[in-house]
Ligand binder design. Structure first.
Ligand code: SIN
Length: 525
């Protein structure tokens, strides 16, 4: 039996592993391929109160404003207050943050600005903060005697005992062999659900697998209707998804329509640095109005050498696509980026299921409310991973446990495989979500999505009987149920707030309340 099983090896999972490994044995399940997940694609940085000119109350106030009335104030203050210590910890591990070379700088590392922030408070490693973080954490975790990193197994269901405790995970190998990993405590750090959409800011984001696995054990899911679309993904229909960091707008980049006119100042006094929900909706409206495929982001007011120095990754990627961002505007389009909802947790990352924790994008801590503020996500990964670790270290005794139940899952290693069939159904699911459950929603669209997804799930359930339970089929089944729950949450919210905009109820209700659903709330397909 593992002591602590962590499902997911991004920033949250690796931070937790390193934070408990002095006292507990840890197994981390991480994807085999580097391009999977979201952490390593994060560009902007980590928001924290580091400058002597900034303060905790200001960061709290900006986060609450971006969250549009739905943040949990206690979670916000907790996260923001813990931020500086989390950055100190990273510095102690050797994290290569970009220094501030200005001789008058009040803080040794460069702090940039992003949407919603009233101050410069985003510490970063050039424009590839996620990659640098993963490299730093992985270098420590890989050599640690109490941490076992496994990339040969994918968790497909959580294991539980008759008392309702989570006891690890049922996994499959790439060739479909089943294996159950028992654990005293299980932590989901398995990412969000942007993969439910067609166009995303990272090449292979998660599809909410962890959220649904937790829901299968009875965990409560919160705020699933709040899917964030990042305003500026590179418009490159034939290429792989590529984010254009909000830090470009933080350094003065402006958005223009195809006619070359700025449109943000007329919509929000904060202009291009308004919170993401507002900017993404404005771009979407401008694209509809012009019947265009993108808008422009222009950073060419900055000195060319500064652009190359501050944004080397973005500069190089765009140049490879034939765009010299020191001279020409960048074609950009909103794309699915971050799930503000997820597994409801407390301030220790504990879910409503005993011995099951969730951290990072798979969790909903109350920090983001109806719209996450830029660079608060890596902050949340660090703070809640460290808080969960402290809790795990303080509660290492086991509760009464029983034999692990098999649940609904049984492996049929001999049945035939179904990769093309699964891929086609996944494409249909993503098409439904993108068309009907995107930036702007309507009652008719949501009702039709609910019906189409239920029909798709029925078809998959019937046809799946002839196929082996492989990783891709499990992922599709989880994605379908999570998509249906997300649509249900969107239909139940009879208002527009933050990232959820329904043109049939455009106003906000006076009582802001988080949405909470369990798998049992979903009608049978
Ligand atoms: C960005 O660099 O724009 C992404 C940062 C974030 O999503 O917080």
């Amino acid at each position: 039996m593992s002591d602590v099983l962590i499902i997911g090896g991004g920033v949250a999972g690796l931070t937790l592993a390193l934070s408990v490994a002095e006292q507990r044995q840890v197994v981390v399940l991480r994807p085999r391929h580097d391009h999977q997940g979201a952490s390593q694609w994060a560009q902007g940085g980590i928001a924290a109160v580091l400058s002597p000119q900034d303060d905790i109350d200001a960061h709290v106030a900006d986060t609450l404003a971006a969250g549009d009335g739905l943040c949990d104030p206690a979670a916000v203050r907790f996260t923001v207050t813990q931020g500086p210590a989390a950055i100190e910890w990273l510095l102690s591990l050797g994290m290569p943050f970009t220094p501030d070379t200005d001789p008058d700088a009040l803080y040794p590392y460069h702090l940039t600005r992003e949407g919603g922030h009233g101050a410069r408070r985003v510490i970063h490693a050039d424009d590839a903060t996620g990659r640098a973080l993963i490299d730093t954490l992985l270098a420590r975790a890989a050599g640690h005697p109490s941490i076992t990193l496994r990339d040969d197994l994918t968790a497909v269901h959580l294991a539980s005992d008759r008392h309702g405790n989570c006891r690890g995970a049922h996994c499959l190998t790439a060739s479909g062999e089943p294996l159950t990993l028992l654990a005293r405590d299980t932590v989901l750090a398995s990412g969000g659900a942007s993969g439910l959409y067609q166009h995303t800011t990272s090449p292979q984001p998660a599809c909410g697998e962890g959220m649904l696995m937790a829901a299968e054990l009875g965990a409560e899911l919160m705020n699933l209707e709040f899917q964030q679309f990042h305003p500026t993904c590179l418009y490159d229909p034939a290429g792989t998804p590529f984010l254009i960091s909000e830090a470009l707008r933080g350094e003065g980049g402006v958005l223009k329509n195809l006619a070359g006119q700025r449109f943000m100042p007329a919509i929000d006094p904060r202009g291009e640095l308004a919170p993401r929900d507002i900017v993404a909706r404005a771009i979407d409206a401008e694209m509809q109005r012009e019947a265009g495929h993108h808008v422009w982001l222009d950073i060419s007011h900055l000195d060319a050498a500064d652009i190359r120095r501050q944004f080397p990754t973005i500069h190089a990627h765009c140049l490879a696509c034939g765009i010299d961002i020191t001279q020409a505007p960048i074609p950009v389009v909103p794309a699915a980026h971050y799930s503000c909802g997820g597994i409801a947790t407390d301030l220790h990352g504990a879910s409503s299921v005993p011995h099951l924790y969730a951290i990072g994008e798979s969790a909903c801590t109350g920090l983001h409310g109806a719209n996450r503020m830029a660079s608060n996500s890596l902050l949340e990964c660090l703070v809640f991973a460290r808080a969960a670790a402290l809790h795990l270290l303080g509660s290492a005794t086991t509760s009464e446990s029983g034999a692990v139940e098999k649940g609904e899952w049984t492996a049929q290693a001999s049945a035939k495989r179904c990769p093309d069939w699964v891929a086609t159904r996944f494409a249909t699911l993503r098409q439904i979500m993108s068309r009907q459950v995107g930036i702007v929603r309507s009652d008719v669209g949501l009702a039709s999505a609910a019906e189409a997804l239920a029909e798709l799930e029925r078809g998959v359930r019937d046809e799946a009987r002839q196929y082996a339970h492989d990783i891709s089929l499990a992922r599709l089944q989880h994605a379908l149920r999570l998509a249906r729950l997300s649509v249900m949450a969107a239909r139940q919210r009879r208002e527009s707030r933050g990232l959820h905009f329904n043109r049939d109820c455009p106003e906000q209700t006076s009582q802001a309340a988080a949405s909470r659903l369990r798998l049992g709330d979903l009608p049978p397909a």
